[in-house]
Structure formats: C-alpha cells, structure tokens
Design a protein around this ligand. Structure first.
Ligand SMILES: Cc1ncc(COP(=O)(O)O)c(C=O)c1O
Length: 345
C-alpha cells in the first residue's frame, strides 16, 4: 500500500507558494520556542527519555489527567497506526469522508474496515439516528472512528452523549487534532466512562508540522496496552522539550484562536459573493467548498501562479469539484477567490 496524498506536498519545490493546502495557520510557532530548541542541541549526544515521561506528566497536569492516561506520539499519526495495531482482526467503522490515514492504518493492521458515509444532502453532518440504525443492523462492528471536527468537512458533534448512546459498547477512536480551533465540546471527559481514545495534534494549532508532536488520552488500561505496543524513543529531544512550553503558551493560544476566528469570518464574507459555490464553513481552521466545475486543471494553473490548495479527489464521496482551503490572512483569501473565479472562464 503506497503513501496517501496530503496538503503541503509542494513544499520543497515552491517555498514562496501561498499555501492553502496544509491546515497549518501562518502565524508561526510560539515565541520562545526557538531558544528552547537551540538549547537542546547540547543534549544531542544523549538519548531522549524512552517514553517521554516528564513531558507526559506535564501534559497530563495541564489536561487534568494522570500521566497513565496520556501517551505521546511522533505526531497524532503515529498513535493512529499504533491504536490500529491493537485492533487487528476487529471490525472497524470509519465515519467519512475523512482523513485518509485511518483507513490505511486499519487496513495495514489487518482490521475489517468499512465506511459510514455522511451525506452531501445533509451538509456532511453526522446523522446520529442513521448511525445508530447502522450499528443495530451490524452488531459485528467493534470500533467506530470519528474525526472531531472532521477533516475535510469541518463538521462536529454538539451533543456528545447522543453519539455515545448510539455507539453503545463499541470502542471509539476520536481524533481531535483540530479541536483547539473549535468551540465544540471535547470527548476528553468521557475517556473513563467509555472505551475512547482521544487524539490531539500539536502540528496544526502550534504551527509545528515539522516537529512531530501529538498525544492520545484514554483510560489507564487502554494507554497501558498502547505503551506495550509502542516503539521506544519515537519523540526526539526537540519535541519532548517543546511540550511543556507549548501547553503553557496561553497568550499564544488566545491569539491563534482569535486570529483564525476573525480571518475565517472575513473569508466567509468574501465567499458570499459567489452564490454558486457551496461553502461548508465547519468548525476548524479550514473551509470546504464545492464548485460548479472541476478543479484539476485550475489547480495546476494556480500552482504555477503561486497559489496552492487541496483538491479532494482522494476523499471518499467527494471528488474534483471539492477543494479544501486553510484559513490564511483574508487578503490572501481574496486573491485566492479571484484566481478561483478564473475557473469559470
Ligand atoms: C484529522 C487529522 N489527524 C491527524 C493528522 C496528523 O497530525 P500529526 O501531524 O500530528 O501527525 C492530520 C494531518 O493532516 C489530520 O488531518
């Protein structure tokens, strides 16, 4: 099985690109982190902590959990693959269209995978009654996977109890990698009431895709099982030393939330000028749009002109008329809209 396509894949060729394809905001990482990273250079002769125990403790304290309920990953993606390995031979239902690594991870791990498709006619919102009916019909399902808010549709659940009731005894993988941008409730308070692994990523909110830091939260029993399956030293010294600084960067966290909220609002207002484009604003730092034309050729042309975005050809149920655009400065958003209008000519 080859690797999946993702946003940001032009990076090495085109450093000057205005990149709407990768869901990382353009504000940069928190001030002060550069010094911390520089200081770690002296630590390079030594192994980092094998399981990042101190960073785990710090993170657990900030999340009001115990360190035994937290596991660190080399990006959230490491933990998706690790959790999937615990699900070998299980029957897994993924709520889609969604992030393509879940399906790959579970298939590689030898799980029996199927997709529960949310529908365009329902704005890709998850219909809990339909999910509940599907699960009643298919008692063999053991694991349900939900991305919250979802990449690429941006949808989220406002009443968590409803979905927990619908999934009943199934385990859940809930990926909250974009949750910090949203005002949605979190699944975190439920990790000891249901069998749930909640994943978070530090890639998006802290603009640190290159550092590779993510974490998972679950019951002690689940985290113990994951630790038993995990490779040693998957987080390097730079990543481990960053965690305590990132979780305490309150002013930065407020700034990012506010900036994304304002720029998104203005981008959405500009999009109102194009009534034939169907906009899915969602709860994250990106927007999904369906155009009345296919995007393939236009995207190539725009790439030449220095603007790049994510085409959704590889997402189940979407296709070449759907594009996903990360929130950037709204003036860049206006430039983007002008170029996309060119697609109509
Ligand atoms: C929903 C979702 N989860 C996880 C990831 C991977 O995050 P990380 O960079 O922390 O591995 C992505 C990356 O795009 C994502 O969209």
């Amino acid at each position: 099985m080859g690797l999946n396509p993702h946003g940001g894949d032009h990076h090495r060729e085109h450093k000057k690109m205005i990149d709407f394809s990768v869901n990382v905001h353009p504000l940069g990482f928190p001030q002060g982190l550069r010094r911390i990273l520089n200081d770690q250079v002296d630590q390079l002769p030594y192994y980092p902590e094998i399981d990042g125990l101190h960073a785990r403790e710090d993170l657990a304290e900030a999340l009001e959990l115990s360190r035994d309920e937290v596991i660190l990953g080399n990006g959230a993606v490491e933990l998706i693959y690790l959790y999937a390995r615990l699900c070998r031979g299980k029957n897994v239902l993924i709520i889609g269209p969604t992030f393509n690594e879940y399906e790959r991870a579970f298939r590689l791990a030898g799980a029996d995978v199927s997709i529960f498709a949310t529908m365009e006619e329902e704005d890709f919102e998850l219909s809990i009654p339909r999910l509940e009916a599907t699960l009643l019909d298919r008692p063999e399902v053991e694991v349900v996977v939900l991305c919250h808010p979802n990449n690429p549709t941006g949808t989220g659940i406002s009443r968590i109890e409803d979905i927990l009731q619908a999934v009943g005894d199934c385990e859940m993988l809930v990926d909250e990698s974009f949750w910090e941008f949203s005002e949605l409730p979190s699944f975190l308070p439920y990790i000891n009431k249901h069998q749930i692994l909640v994943l978070r990523s530090m890639t998006k909110f802290y603009a640190l895709a290159g550092l590779r830091v993510g974490y998972g939260c679950g019951s002690k029993q689940l985290i113990d099982r994951m630790v038993n399956e995990k490779e040693p030293w998957t987080l390097n010294q730079f990543a481990l030393a960053s965690i305590p600084h990132l979780i305490r960067a309150d002013a930065y966290q407020r700034e990012v939330r506010e900036w994304v909220r304002n720029e998104k609002l203005q981008f959405l207002q500009s999009l109102e000028m194009e009534p034939s484009w169907i906009v899915y604003p969602g709860h994250a730092n990106f927007v999904l749009i369906k155009f009345p034309f296919e995007l393939n050729a236009l995207r190539e042309r725009m790439k030449e002109e220095g603007i790049y975005f994510r085409i959704c050809t590889d997402f189940q149920e979407l296709g070449p008329s759907f594009g996903r655009f990360t929130i950037r400065d709204h003036r860049e958003g206006i430039k983007l809209i002008e170029h996309l209008r060119g697609g109509l000519k």
